[in-house]
Design a binder for this molecule. Sequence first.
Ligand code: FES
Length: 134
Amino acid sequence: MAGYVVGRVGEIPPGSRKIVDVAGRSVGVFNIGGTFYALRNACPHQGGPLCLGRIRGTTLPSAPGEYVYGREGEIIRCPWHGWEFDVTTGRTLVDPARVRVRRYEVTVEPPPAETYPVTVEDGLVVVHVERVSA
Ligand code: FES
């Protein structure tokens, strides 16, 4: 599976999202409490821009007549018709076994070190750095 750099960790602080183009697909990258998730920015209902929706919580299982709210910041609501999805799994709240949006793996990796070609010429070690013209 090919990896695509979509930004630096600091560009997507906890509670925020960034919409990026990855290999021709619009993808929403979310930071929930320091963990990153990525969802296809196309709602499985009618293709709406799901990742632009409001992010909230939801009511949790509770006793009859009791309403317990939780999971704040983990549920996204499609801006077109209001279908709700769990950002951490891509599944809908209404029918999680059958309806879900495409989810992608996200990793956080250290930036690559800047390297330069090195050669040995007649006993001299030579580092080849491109000259920067003024
Ligand atoms: S397109 Fe998302 S709920 Fe209809």
